[in-house]
Design a protein around this ligand. Structure first.
Ligand code: A3P
Length: 293
């Protein structure tokens, strides 16, 4: 089957050309944020879809109607993807926006509107690398990853789509406490002990969004954003996307949803290389990650 893996290079970063154009990337850079916008910012494979579901449920007070009937990309569109301008122009009131753009790129044209609420989700990069590798196998708009060894080299170099994980995480988290209204949360703290930790995270997210969930609103939300429920929800599991674009015979989008799966893929040699690059890249960054549980 032919691949759609054309690359669009923008400000020295590669983007999948199937869903990005120079115009759509420029649109994102010059986007006019509004006071009531909620922006979900992530590096790919860090829990983006999960946070889109959580924020949708919070804003709908646990009512899953929207989550079950409207695809995530239509209710929380990516600023930088080519369809977004049309979707966003048709959206009234509170908007949920998603971006994989590095902070420095977005901020090169303007700072986020200071009243927008920003939620940044980060995940330990060993699990991100493994998840991204599997995603490259199924997503035909990304280059064929070949071996994990080759893919890991590109990941550590930052030559994969959306650029360097290190620059992304350092750029966005450097804004926590600087930009007004940024919530930093890790994939692991939402995931570790289901359902208690997801509940604690949802309470934190809902109070940050000034829509604190109570009683059934919270229990309904929890149920609908569990891994098993999202795996069955065609509005978030990407099964509606044509096979030519996402080939589900090569793997599922909702793959494993766990902490520490990298242990099943990384060799000792790869762990050594990864840890050396990580220590160098993160030497001045106070962030810590849970690597396994
Ligand atoms: P795995 O490939 O490790 O399973 P993104 O949405 O940023 O592309 O991230 C996708 C990753 O988040 C996948 O990781 C997916 O399984 C995981 N994920 C999505 N929803 C989840 C949930 N409800 N609970 C745990 N993990 C979830």
């Amino acid at each position: 089957m032919a691949r759609l893996d054309v690359t669009e290079t923008f400000h020295h970063i590669s983007f999948p050309g199937h869903i990005h154009t120079q115009d759509s990337l420029n649109y994102a850079l010059h986007f006019q944020f509004q006071d009531r916008d909620t922006v979900i910012a992530t590096y790919p494979k860090s829990g983006t879809t999960w946070m889109q579901e959580i924020v949708t449920l919070v804003k709908n007070r646990g009512d899953p109607q929207l989550s079950k009937t409207v695809p995530n990309w239509a209710r929380a569109p990516w600023l930088e993807q080519h369809y977004s301008a049309k979707v966003l122009e048709a959206t009234q009131g509170h908007r949920i926006l998603t971006t994989h753009l590095p902070y420095n790129l977005l901020a090169s044209c303007h700072y986020l509107h200071p009243i927008s609420q920003v939620i940044y989700v980060a995940r330990n990069p060993k699990d991100v690398a493994v998840s991204y590798y599997h995603f490259h196998k199924m997503a035909k708009f990304l280059p064929e990853p070949n071996s994990f060894d080759e893919f890991l080299d590109s990941f550590l170099e930052g030559s994969v789509s959306y650029g360097s994980w290190f620059d992304h995480v350092k750029g966005w988290t450097s804004q926590a406490g600087v930009l007004a209204n940024v919530l930093y949360i890790s994939y692991e703290e939402m995931c570790i002990d289901f359902p208690q930790d997801l509940q604690g995270s949802m309470e934190r997210i809902s109070s940050f969004l000034q829509c604190p969930l109570v009683g059934e609103e919270l229990t309904n939300s929890l149920r609908h954003c569990s891994f098993s429920s999202m795996s069955d929800n065609a509005m978030v599991n990407y099964t509606q996307i044509p096979k030519e674009i996402m080939d589900h015979s090569k793997g599922k989008f909702m793959r494993k949803g766990i902490i520490g799966d990298w242990r099943n893929t990384f060799t000792e040699k790869q762990i050594g290389i990864f840890d050396t690059v990580y220590s160098y890249q993160m030497k001045d960054c106070p962030l810590t990650f849970m690597w396994e549980c």
